[in-house]
Ligand binder design. Structure first.
Ligand code: 3HC
Length: 288
């Protein structure tokens, strides 16, 4: 499938980067957000990354300009009306997603696919906000999407085979390795495995076994992982991690998924990581 235009809803870290990846791969992209400053910030991030690559000789100025020309930004969701494929990548708030899914359902052509980059929410539930549940699918990218090779293509209860096949094709056209997640389960595959590791790392620090820095060092050097669990939480956003954990707790109803108090305290204190803010390394831990 070659979608005529691809829409991306949400211009935060993931949405902006997914739009960028699509434009780098030659697609015309409409990037939408309710906030004009957020849209402009997303374009600035794309421009500065491409300027760096042009200066390193990894990309031509012509390719960088062409990529930006393929992206149009808008605060009106209606401007996505001619898209045959849309990826929703707004923050994990069910009410916001409900509104977006039902509006997209009204404006998009009947055959258009609505994909969601949700990290943990039920594809089956999101699909029910539309009258086209067969055309709703999970398309879960990993941060940074321009670099990370995996895309989880998640089947909701009613997602049809054609939608899964077209989403897998699109992921391949973006240079990714898609895998099909055959059942709609919280966290899909990667987060289902990753989150217990992150929780265990936090518990080790709470028990005074080691500092966040040393836990990270252990995982980097002992498992050859590019980042330790605390660096990774700071990189993807501590609040996003807590959101996923709380969602798991809701869904599984099992204490195994209860968020450690220090994780919640960090979010309440506004220490959200993402390179800009303080994160785990600044947590006032007894073990320091
Ligand atoms: N955007 C685009 N490209 C980027 C980038 C970004 N934000 N960050 C790094 N890159 C590129 C660089 O340009 C560089 O490309 P080059 O080799 O062509 O020059 C390459 O990635 C390597 O970058 P650096 O040399 O600057 O730094 P590192 O070698 O330390 O790599 C990293 C950075 C790729 C982020 C690496 O540390 C890594 O793989 N970390 C783990 C990331 C990870 O686990 N992500 C998954 C998080 S979980 C998730 O997303 C799920 C969600 O549901 C929460």
């Amino acid at each position: 499938m070659t979608p005529s235009h691809i829409g991306v809803v949400g211009s935060g870290t993931m949405g902006g980067a997914i739009a960028h990846l699509m434009a780098l791969s030659g697609y015309d992209v409409r990037l939408s957000d309710v906030s004009q400053p957020a849209l402009e910030q997303a374009v600035r991030r794309m421009r500065s990354w491409m300027e760096m690559n042009v200066s390193k000789g990894k990309m031509t100025q012509e390719d960088a300009d062409g990529t930006l020309d393929r992206i149009s930004i808008t605060t009106e969701l209606n401007h996505l009306a001619d898209c045959s494929f849309v990826v929703e990548a707004v923050f994990e708030d069910l009410q916001v997603k409900e509104q977006i899914f039902s509006q997209l359902d009204q404006i998009l052509p009947q055959a258009a696919i609505i994909a969601t980059n949700t990290s943990s929410m039920s594809i089956t539930l999101l699909a029910e906000y539309t009258k086209r549940p067969g055309k709703v699918v999970g398309m879960h990218f990993f941060n940074p999407p321009q670099v990370m090779k995996l895309v989880e293509v998640v089947r909701g209860y009613k997602t049809d085979n054609d939608t899964v096949a077209k989403t897998m094709d699109l992921a391949r056209n973006l240079g990714k390795e898609p895998i099909e997640v055959k059942k709609d389960t919280p966290g899909f595959i990667v987060n289902r495995i990753l989150i217990p590791q992150l929780l265990e790392a936090v518990r080790l620090v709470e028990e005074g076994v080691a500092t966040p820095e040393d836990v990270d060092k252990a995982i980097r050097l002992g498992l050859n992982s590019p980042m330790g669990p605390f660096e990774l939480q700071d990189y993807t956003g501590v609040d996003i991690g807590l959101n996923v954990v709380d969602h798991f707790y809701e869904e599984f109803r099992n204490d195994r998924w209860a968020a450690p108090l220090s994780l919640r305290a960090l979010v309440r204190a506004g220490r959200l990581g993402r390179k800009t803010g303080a994160g785990w390394y600044d947590y006032p831990s007894d073990s320091k």
